[in-house]
Design a protein around this ligand. Sequence first.
Ligand SMILES: Cc1cc2nc3c(=O)[nH]c(=O)nc-3n(C[C@H](O)[C@H](O)[C@H](O)COP(=O)(O)OP(=O)(O)OC[C@H]3O[C@@H](n4cnc5c(N)ncnc54)[C@H](O)[C@@H]3O)c2cc1C
Length: 260
Amino acid sequence: MNILLVYAHPEPRSLNGALRDFAVQRLEAAGHQVRVSDLYAMGWKATLDADDHLDYRPDNPFSPSGDSRQAFANGRQSADIAGEQDKLRWADGLILQFPLWWFSMPAILKGWVDRVYAYGFAYGVGEHSDKRWGSRYGEGNLAGKRAMLMVTTGGWDSHYSARGINGPMDDLLFPIQHGILHYPGFEVLPPFLVYRTSRMDDSRFAALGEELGQRLDNFWQTPPIAYRRQNAGDYEIPALTLRPDLAPQQHGFAAHIERD
Ligand SMILES: Cc1cc2nc3c(=O)[nH]c(=O)nc-3n(C[C@H](O)[C@H](O)[C@H](O)COP(=O)(O)OP(=O)(O)OC[C@H]3O[C@@H](n4cnc5c(N)ncnc54)[C@H](O)[C@@H]3O)c2cc1C
């Protein structure tokens, strides 16, 4: 299988760098093809702007989504964006790897999403009608592929627990897992999380390698998070609210995950 690992850490000799090297070796040893987009090493441009579109003319106001749509449809996107889209088409699996920075992904990775996820590629896909609201949330151009986050945090496990001060990790990652990964079609695997990174030593790193190795070995068998499908009857269209008879006691992020 083909795996794209998008890596967002400025220092290769970091914990993240060691985990990345471990992951690449493990996947290749299992016979997978791996490509790494090392965003800092690539000098990835993080800001979406008019320079992303080869046909942009300054006499017209720049429209972030309108110009993206034109450029994508006409093959007039900047080469770095088109190259990352090609890698996503090639990949059967995607791993986004990053340290948690201010409760989210580093800006360089958010900029990868903003720019690579063009109109017509990751959003604005499919029919919008009374029955369907586009091909998204499990449908779309990236459907049939799997994705997983690899995230390290300074905070402790308990700080991110159900009653932890930082908020539950599932909630913090919801906009990335559901909004960025499931939206364009990915099946999303539970994340690989490393908490309390300042307490790392050789023995903990070895144990971490065992755990990560298992997760990578089972990448194709692990059940994905059971996000509900937008167009499969659970949501009222066009309001896009969950039907009142489904999980009536659930609100917020958790309502969008099917429970047995
Ligand atoms: C801007 C910013 C915002 C942040 N926001 C948050 C936040 O919102 N929430 C939060 O919880 N944290 C936050 N942090 C902390 C951040 O998430 C952690 O610092 C980060 O996840 C650590 O990963 P690293 O790869 O940089 O680790 P490193 O600093 O490289 O390493 C961590 C430890 O692992 C050891 N180590 C490295 N490689 C190995 C190896 N191969 N074998 C054994 N030990 C090794 C190092 O010696 C070190 O002790 C923030 C940090 C920054 C800079």
